[in-house]
Ligand binder design. Structure first.
Ligand code: ADP
Length: 662
């Protein structure tokens, strides 16, 4: 029996584990750093222990501090979550030594799967299909070229100790192979302290599909279907779903059986994930095994009806799996979107700050929100800027996508930038909806980044109907304020002009019992809503568009409407005002094309140019460090530097002028 679990993690995954432990009647201990004093995971745990300063290298990654917290609280088990120490064999070993149960796999399995060459060899031995290639570290560039020629270009050069997409290089010819090898070796050496690099075939048009497995200590190993994780940005998953739109039952079984064979080859127990890369002809090849709970595990939970954390805890407590392979039934479709504090319009730059307003979508049978933040909380520079995982469930893929659309529309976040607009665009994309996706999807569909014009197209008439209804509600409320002098009460017309970004729309609005009837261009639209002035979310139904959700704010005299990831200010005016409004000069935004502005708050590390210097498009101008990342600012076109307005070492604000051009 496990009585008290210490969660060696933070954020949403710590909260996720605590929830299941509480459901099972097990006590929980949270650990927290200076940056997490007021974090949700600390608040909901039964106990909490301070483990050090904000940087994770001084807190969440310090094994001794965590062991001390275990001693102090008498926890008898540890769940590591994902990231941090979750795949650290030394940590699992240290717990073993202290007689504390590690809620994860055996140490030997972590070690074997932590190395790409070793795990690939293991997979080959277990008859698991692997990417064609060479499972030895290459000796030198000429050796690499010879191997690449044998395999046939294009090839992938991979660091054996690699992870998180680091130390990986595509090579299409001898030259790229020599060059890529040097860079992969250097990256591997500096990031992992291990310079072994191997060569394998590059799989074109690849999909990333992974199999969830769960195994107990009594020899039972079961696969629980797949997850499709092909929507990635820089090898980081953005959207995940289960099942995969690409798999049929035979392929699912074949992949599942290989995943189980691999797990058995290392006497695996607990939850684990076997990742495969799948080509367009449905050949699948083993990539790596993750010996922990994955970020995207909820999609599997929703279609199998199982709680993976509960199963992990039971397995760690030596229980047998409560079901066998034949009992695993996949039902419905689940989709997960990773909601990040980042600015998709500024190359996905992390956005730190306080969540001034934060209201997540209501959780239902169709919507699940896994989060570690609350209103007023802070997204800090020290950790992954994830706000939440938004998971939706439907009878089929179309329904899951529809629920996701509504849930994204109702996700109310103010104070930090976020990627809701980007996620809305992805799920509205016809190619995503068709299921024809590969890991290149984002690069192919947004080759020069994500721009406001990539947001899903809005129906302007819907915006007009919504704004007119909102205006009616406000007018009616003003007219019904008590104490107005008899005969001089406020009255209002119901004929207005709605001014949106694409023009003036005359409307006539009438209140109905369950909403408004709005006449636009001679057509009557019945809009059902019970929205009241002041509510941040307006929900409504139109004839052929049900479950519409708009976020509503009043911004001066405009209504600010947020929907489908776009934010628009809409005016509702009397016809006379509208006529005059049309005569108002349009405010032209200042011309910033001759300025280099800091895209983020950060430190100006270096300037690569001097006053009077000619620069070519693409040339480096300056480097700014923000959130421990160096960001190179480059010239957008050929220009001559006129004057430099900032100095190296200066702390820059967002949009601060760094230099201007002639
Ligand atoms: P990491 O451990 O760094 O995450 P993986 O081996 O899991 O590295 O690969 C990460 C991603 O890189 C995969 O999801 C896939 O998109 C791509 N990738 C890896 N190996 C290949 C390959 N041989 N051919 C094509 N793409 C690959």
């Amino acid at each position: 029996m496990i009585k008290k679990i210490l969660i060696a993690n933070r954020g949403e995954i710590a909260c996720r584990v605590i929830k299941t432990a509480q459901k099972m009647g097990i006590l929980t201990v949270a650990i927290y750093s200076d940056a997490d004093r007021n974090s949700l995971h600390r608040l909901i745990a039964d106990e909490s222990v301070y483990i050090g300063p904000a940087p994770s290298a001084e807190s969440y990654l310090v094994i001794d501090n965590i062991l001390a917290a275990i001693k102090k609280t008498g926890a008898d088990a540890v769940h590591p979550g994902y990231g941090f120490l979750s795949e650290n064999a030394a940590f699992a070993k240290a717990l073993d030594k202290e007689g504390v149960t590690f809620i994860g796999p055996p140490v030997a399995a972590i070690t074997a799967m932590g190395d790409k060459i070793a795990s690939k060899k293991l997979a080959e031995k277990a008859n698991v299909s692997t990417v064609p290639g060479h499972t030895e570290a290459v000796r030198d560039p000429e050796d690499a070229v010879q191997i690449a020629k044998d395999i046939g270009y294009p090839v992938m050069l991979k660091a054996s100790a690699g992870g998180g997409g680091k130390g990986m290089r595509l090579a299409r010819n001898d030259e790229e192979c020599r060059d890529g090898l040097e860079r992969a070796v250097n990256e591997a050496k500096s990031s992992f302290g291990d310079d072994r690099v191997f060569v394998e075939k590059y799989i074109g048009e690849p999909r990333h599909i992974e199999i969830q497995i769960i195994a107990d200590k009594h020899g039972n190993t079961v696969y629980m279907g797949e997850r499709e994780c092909s929507i990635q940005r820089r090898h980081q998953k953005v959207l995940e779903e289960a099942p995969s739109p690409f798999l049929d039952e035979a392929m699912r079984q074949a992949m599942g059986k290989q995943a189980v064979a691999l797990a058995k080859a290392v006497d695996y127990y607990s939850a684990g994930t076997v990742e495969f890369i799948v080509d367009d002809k449905k050949n699948f090849f083993f990539l790596e095994m993750n010996t922990r709970l994955q970020v995207e595990h909820p999609v599997t939970e929703l279609i199998t009806g199982q709680d993976l954390v509960e199963l992990m805890i039971k397995v760690a407590a030596n229980e047998e799996l409560p079901f066998g392979q034949d009992d695993v039934k996949l039902n419905g479709w689940a989709l997960e979107a990773r909601v990040y504090a980042e600015d998709p319009f500024r190359n996905f730059l992390p956005s730190i700050g306080r969540l001034v307003r934060y209201q997540s979508p209501q959780e239902t049978h169709h919507v699940r929100v896994d989060t570690g933040v609350t209103e007023g909380g802070e997204i800090s520079i020290y950790y992954d800027p994830m706000i939440a995982k938004l998971i939706t469930f439907g009878a089929d893929r179309t329904e899951a996508i529809q629920h996701m659309r509504t849930a994204l529309d109702s996700y109310y976040i103010r104070g930090v930038n976020h990627n809701i607009g980007f996620l809305s665009a992805l799920i509205a994309h016809s190619r995503f909806q068709s299921g024809n996706i590969t890991t290149n999807f984002i690069d192919e569909e947004y080759p020069d980044g994500f721009h406001p014009q990539d947001l899903p197209a809005e129906d302007p008439i819907i915006q007009v109907i919504v704004a007119a209804s909102i205006h009616h509600a406000y007018q009616q409320r003003a007219a019904s304020i008590s104490g107005q002098v008899a005969g001089h009460g406020r009255e209002f017309d119901d004929t207005w002009v709605v001014v949106t970004k694409d023009g003036h729309h005359p409307v006539t609005v009438r209140k109905m019992t369950n909403g408004y009837s709005v006449i636009v261009d001679g057509t009557t639209h019945e809009f059902q809503t019970d929205w009241q002035p002041g509510e941040p979310l307006l929900r409504g139904n139109l004839a052929d568009d049900e479950n519409l959700v708009f976020q509503v704010e009043r911004e001066n005299i405009a209504y600010r409407l947020t929907h489908g990831g776009s934010q628009d200010d809409v005016l509702v005016l009397s016809p006379a005002h509208a006529e005059l409004n049309a005569l108002m000069p349009v405010k032209v935004p200042p011309d910033t094309s001759k300025l280099l502005l800091s895209p983020m708050p950060g430190l100006l590390i270096s300037l690569a140019v001097a006053e009077g210097q000619e620069v070519k498009a693409g040339e480096e101008l300056a480097v700014i460090e923000a959130m421990k990342m160096e960001n190179v600012l480059r010239a957008e076109r050929d220009a001559v530097v006129s004057s430099i307005k900032a100095t190296t070492g200066e702390s820059l604000m967002v949009d601060q002028v760094i230099m201007d051009f002639e």
